[in-house]
Design a protein around this ligand. Sequence first.
Ligand code: HEM
Length: 421
Amino acid sequence: MTAGVTPAPSSVLLAGEHFAAATLYLVAGALGLVWIAPQLASGAYPSPHVAGITHLFTLGWLTTTIFGALYQLLPVALGASLRSVRAGHVGFIAFAPGAGLFAAGVATSSTVLHHAGIALVTVGVVVAVANIASSLPRARARDVTWAAVAAALAFLASTLVLGIVLLHNLHTGFLAEARLRVLATHLHVALVGWALMMIVGVSHRLLPMFLLAHGADTRWTRRSLMLLGVGVVVLTVALTLRVGPLAWLAVALLEGGVACFVWQARAFHRARIRRKIDVGMRFAGIALGFLIVSALLGPAVLAGGVSHPRVATAYVAVGLLGGIVLYVVGFFYKIVPLLAWTVRYRDRMGKGDAPTVAQTFSGRIAHAQLVVMTAGVALLATGIGAGSTHVARCGAVLFLAGVILFVSQIARVAFGAANAG
Ligand code: HEM
């Protein structure tokens, strides 16, 4: 059994409720993507519709999944028992509906909805961050994963503050021409500081387990985290003070951070004992490819500025949907079936009549999902690049089809009979 994800009994329900809600948000986000595809194709990224749907992915899917995964990983991978399982549930009860209300409120420009949503999201984030942060001192070892979780939490808190400023601006317009710079700061602090640094830190612990890799050079994770963390801070200063050369330094640091992460993943991949790559790791591999594409677009976004909004839109869409969302889907395939299997078949363990974890979902459907989602992101990006509503919408529909396949898999893992497909 994979030690890093063996369920901590007290927090299985907690993780499960987060994963269930996150999956629903992924469906909502994918439906919304079909709706906003024309706006993406015209590069209208600052539109309320785009911002609303974006948060179905970033708060609803991504942040909820990360919270659920941390509640599992803290005790079993870092040896840090969760400060309060009850606070975990309280945070969830606020955050899960809050993310939806907030996203709907922003998308429809409804003040009542986004006020209710932001209040609940704030409670949910503050409770989760406080609970996880106060569990960290209990960890057995303060290694690079531990440091990444701590740094990512700080970036999430900053994301919330910047998000509230941006939300206030949507009513009052007080930021005036500074809005797009604050928006750029918010989305980099969120996507790089919170999501990517968390991914880099957690991958350091889980990739060697998932790939059965031994003896890889593991120094690249630390380098990646340093470069990404410093890069986000330098970018924030550069955008706030409007210092062009500093922004280019930030881009160089961020590119270096992504490169070190990819290099670390490659080192684990090369040092693996298990030659066959399973579908979860294939998702992660494809996601790294999209991350590289997004990173390559970064300098073009800085050079083009606001006069090339479709490049900026493609940069975020490829990084978020192709890089981060697909990577997390891959890890979901590794973590969730194992958790569900342990809960469902614990009593039959060793009696010979329990299915294997891999038999609780269909490998064929998972591979079909990977093909469809990859094609979806690629088409969406092509549609945005070419300014074609039709192509962008086709990409979004393919992405949605992949998400529906994914949901059928998760439902089978949670409730269905095992199969050998
Ligand atoms: C924690 C609570 C959050 C709040 C209150 C918040 C608020 C906002 C607001 C109001 C906007 C629109 C700004 C504008 O158009 O002027 C925005 C944009 C954005 N946020 Fe957040 N946000 C939060 C969390 C996150 C997280 C966790 C992520 C990513 C992991 C994220 C990623 C983004 C992105 C990518 C955009 C740009 C969307 C677009 O192109 O329109 N946000 N956020």
